[in-house]
Design a protein around this ligand. Structure first.
Ligand SMILES: NC(=O)c1ccc[n+]([C@@H]2O[C@H](COP(=O)([O-])OP(=O)(O)OC[C@H]3O[C@@H](n4cnc5c(N)ncnc54)[C@H](O)[C@@H]3O)[C@@H](O)[C@H]2O)c1
Length: 423
């Protein structure tokens, strides 16, 4: 297959993926974790003190305890004062270190924190990551990492800057920190199932939460408090939720899809503008097709799965020839939400940075490509999103993160949504 500009070949993709795992793997040559004597005390701050942000903070502290590292929680930034209680309850954050508003992250990054955990809604992530790297902080960032192609590319760029600065960037695609997924990925790379020739990945379940609009709320407040309903905030659930399965697809295939064709629609929801279901055929090089489906409709049958079929076997719960899939000496925790913070802190302690920006940005871009395919009904090419001049290269969902900072937010109307073939 001819190489297309802007498309990572399988070889390049594996090289980049290996660079991440080798960075971690090379720790083994350092021997057992002689953590004593190294810097063992870090200051951490949280951007986005909601359900996952506070969860990530707890997981971070659990990871630190496992590593024998001292963490001081010194600050929190959230759009709203009433959401900061979670972090304050966990961290005994001093007065004056609670930063409220859409530019609160800047004030937090101005402090002496070493590490920032970022878990605001996905549309803010590119700006928050770029600022954190600019400020020289190590980062844990929740998935997905963007809602549009420029956002996903900004994450890739920030990831490259992080590499130059020696900063760690870990993403909330926690399956990459889960033993059985790591073992299977390694076994697949070793040829245990042969080349992957097809399969399906899916996340089908019920609707998530929604918030009805309070008459006192501005457009900005409504969008943020009801963010899982609006594509401009979440990317739609193919991006927000299904990215986990698409990430496994890309990881195991060792590349990303080159085009997508799909369909989807709203059936039940009235709030926001997302679809209720998406069904996408992702085409990879060498004629490999993977079916992706995701649905959020109450009362329907569910399932969350990656079923990738190789020439010899199905890629599921395979054992690699070497069972050591975490860096030697690095503590293991059966909870991948904790393990991702162990891996972050380990990279910092060993001064051997882990950097997952490219992988999570690529999986987010894959999901965005799928969404564009279902919204438009058109066949969408990867190069349309990543090459200058491509049809969707400049597709920017508004309001942007900067619109929120400038106070220039107009909420899209509820229940007005794309009609494939027309929009
Ligand atoms: N890895 C996983 O399994 C997993 C699970 C759940 C959620 N998530 C991800 O975590 C992120 C957060 O989800 P959640 O469930 O915690 O949502 P949430 O609504 O509970 O929390 C989001 C928080 O961010 C705050 N916020 C909004 N805009 C902000 C801004 N510009 N600056 C600072 N704070 C801002 C909100 O006020 C809120 O407190 C999402 O990206 C979601 O996809 C990941």
């Amino acid at each position: 297959m001819a190489e297309t500009k802007g498309v990572a070949t399988r070889r390049e993709f594996i090289k980049r993926a290996m660079a991440t795992s080798l960075a971690a793997g090379s720790l083994s040559v350092l021997g057992a974790p002689a953590i004593g004597g190294e810097k063992r005390k870090f200051k951490v701050g949280l951007v986005g003190s909601g359900g996952r942000g506070t969860g990530a903070l707890r997981d971070h502290l659990a990871a630190a305890e496992k590593l024998g590292v001292d963490i001081e929680v010194v600050g929190v930034a959230d759009a709203f004062e009433d959401r900061t209680g979670g972090a304050r309850g966990i961290g005994k954050i001093p007065p004056g270190r609670v930063f409220v508003g859409f530019d609160g992250y800047k004030k937090l990054l101005d402090t002496d924190i070493d590490i920032v955990l970022t878990a605001a809604p996905p549309n803010f992530r590119p700006v928050h990551l770029a600022a954190a790297i600019e400020a020289g902080k190590h980062v844990f960032m929740e998935k997905p990492v963007a809602v549009d192609p420029p956002g996903a590319r900004k994450i890739m760029e920030a990831g490259e800057v992080a590499k130059k600065k020696g900063l760690c960037v870990v993403a909330g695609t926690q399956r990459r920190h889960q033993r059985n997924y790591r073992e299977t990925a390694r076994a697949v790379q070793e040829g245990a199932v042969g080349k992957i020739r097809g399969g399906s990945v899916y996340w089908c379940g019920g609707a998530l939460w929604k918030r009805d609009r309070d008459a006192s709320w501005s457009d900005a407040e409504y969008l943020v408090r009801n963010w899982v309903s609006f594509t401009e905030m979440s990317g739609d659930h193919i991006v927000e939720q299904h990215v986990h399965n698409l990430d496994i697809m890309n990881w195991y295939l060792g590349t990303h899809p080159i085009r997508a064709l799909g369909f989807g629609m709203r059936a039940r929801r009235k709030t926001g503008n997302q679809f209720d279901f998406h069904s996408v055929d992702f085409e990879f090089p060498e004629g490999v097709h993977i079916h992706s489906m995701c649905r959020q409709i109450n009362g329907t049958d569910g399932g969350v799965y990656e079923h990738l079929v190789g020439e010899k076997d199905i890629a599921q719960n395979k054992k690699p020839s070497d069972p050591q899939v975490f860096p030697e000496g690095c503590p293991f925790d059966g909870n991948p939400y904790v393990q991702e913070h162990i891996d972050l802190l380990w990279g910092i302690l060993k001064e051997d940075p882990i950097n997952e920006a490219y992988n999570v940005a690529t999986s987010t871009m894959t999901a965005i490509m799928g969404r564009i395919a279902t919204y438009t009904g058109k066949r969408v090419e990867w190069k349309d999103l990543v090459e200058p001049g491509g049809a969707y290269y400049d597709l920017t969902l508004k309001p942007t993160a900067l619109d929120f900072e400038k106070g220039e937010v107009v909420a899209p109307p509820d229940d007005v949504f794309p009609i494939p073939g027309r929009d």
